[in-house]
Design a protein around this ligand. Structure first.
Ligand SMILES: Cc1cc2nc3c(=O)[nH]c(=O)nc-3n(C[C@H](O)[C@H](O)[C@H](O)COP(=O)(O)OP(=O)(O)OC[C@H]3O[C@@H](n4cnc5c(N)ncnc54)[C@H](O)[C@@H]3O)c2cc1C
Length: 322
């Protein structure tokens, strides 16, 4: 293919661009939003992300941004915490810095950036779809805080289907990001301070921190249990294929893996159905597990049982293949 048009400059789009360039194609990236930009995200980069960055020669530009190193995960169910070490260190880096790094690298390797809303393209990496029936919807929120940071990815599970992640990012900041059902937030007029401070263990955790940006919100969030197929001759990547529940910390990894596959497939003009099969093989086990865990964690018994499951097991069963 002479020119691969990539729509979306998030992690999936930038990785697709780099993969297509590596396969010998010229690349145009279309991005509708001003860049760089903050984005609602836990900003947790799972250990395998480093391996994906390494494949594209990005280890040292990534390290130069001084991402926080995360050695442990702590899961909080009420006052009870379960802590485990990651098999390899994970990292915390703001999406402002991470997405800019990936896009800059794609551009420095020869991709052209078109700052516009695109209707058509070969690689579709436009992020998640937002439609959901009113009332049953979930919304996400995040803000950065300054103050003492630690090396743990902390996840607080709240009653109902809600959780909030607290973990360090670069420059000594801590990211606080969560999601909650619409009725719980609507009852508080979407006042996120009131929501997080209404949960005592989380309120205690945030007490020593100072908020450094206003809460950002996003939604509604709709999770996928299966991959979206596309009738046209296009290669889907990242959240366009499927949006995995954020508690897995696998979304960005999935975007890098499927973006890379989409860029190669587009450059080589291979069958889009083959691309979909490749993505399915990588993602299906973790999507299924995440759907099962979500169903379990929504119920009171599920949260009780989850307290006794070693966190390493929860971590392993939600990893996509790379
Ligand atoms: C609350 C929450 C917390 C999360 N926490 C984590 C976490 O801690 N770790 C993790 O790994 N994942 C996390 N995720 C998931 C992660 O954010 C996504 O999986 C990841 O952003 C997917 O990347 P992407 O490139 O597919 O899409 P995006 O990052 O959404 O990028 C899509 C880009 O396409 C652009 N675009 C859209 N339409 C067009 C168009 N028509 N023309 C041009 N440009 C267009 C958009 O402006 C955007 O920049 C979280 C998600 C949520 C909602």
């Amino acid at each position: 293919m002479a020119v691969v048009r990539v729509v979306g400059a998030g992690p999936a789009g930038s990785f697709a661009a780099m993969a297509a360039l590596e396969a010998g194609a010229a690349v145009e990236i279309f991005e509708k939003s001003p860049f760089p930009r903050h984005k609602v995200c836990g900003e947790f980069l799972s250990p395998e992300v480093v391996e994906m960055l390494d494949r594209y020669g990005l280890t040292s530009p990534f390290a130069s941004l001084r991402p926080a190193r995360l050695e442990r995960m702590s899961l909080f169910f009420g006052d009870r915490a379960r802590t485990a070490r990651f098999p390899e260190p994970a990292h915390g880096l703001s999406r402002h810095a991470f997405d800019r790094l990936l896009l800059d690298q794609a551009l420095s390797r020869g991709a052209q950036l078109c700052r516009e809303h695109a209707q058509h393209g070969h690689v579709i990496a436009t992020g998640r779809k937002d439609a959901a029936p009113k009332g049953r919807r979930l919304f996400g929120f995040k803000a950065h805080f300054s103050g003492p940071a630690n090396d743990a990815m902390e996840l607080y599970f709240l009653p109902g289907y809600s959780y909030v992640g607290v973990s360090a990012i670069e420059n000594g900041y801590t990211n606080v990001c969560g999601l909650a059902p619409e009725p719980a937030l609507a009852g508080l007029n979407f006042d996120i301070d009131a929501y997080v401070n209404g949960h005592a263990p989380l309120a205690r955790r945030l007490m020593g921190l100072r908020q450094s940006m206003a809460w950002m919100k996003t939604g509604p969030l709709v999770f996928g249990n299966r991959l979206t197929s596309d009738a046209g001759n296009r290669y889907l990547a990242g959240d366009q294929l499927s949006f995995i529940d954020p508690f897995t910390g696998s979304g960005i990894l999935g975007a890098l893996v499927t973006g890379s596959l989409a860029g190669q497939a587009a450059a080589m003009e291979s069958d889009p159905r083959e691309h979909l099969r490749n993505c399915r093989n990588r993602l299906r086990p973790s999507l299924r597990t995440a759907a099962f865990l979500r169903a379990a964690l929504t119920s009171r018994w599920g949260q009780t049982v989850a307290r006794y499951v070693p966190p390493q097991i929860l971590f392993h069963i939600t990893r996509p293949g790379i």
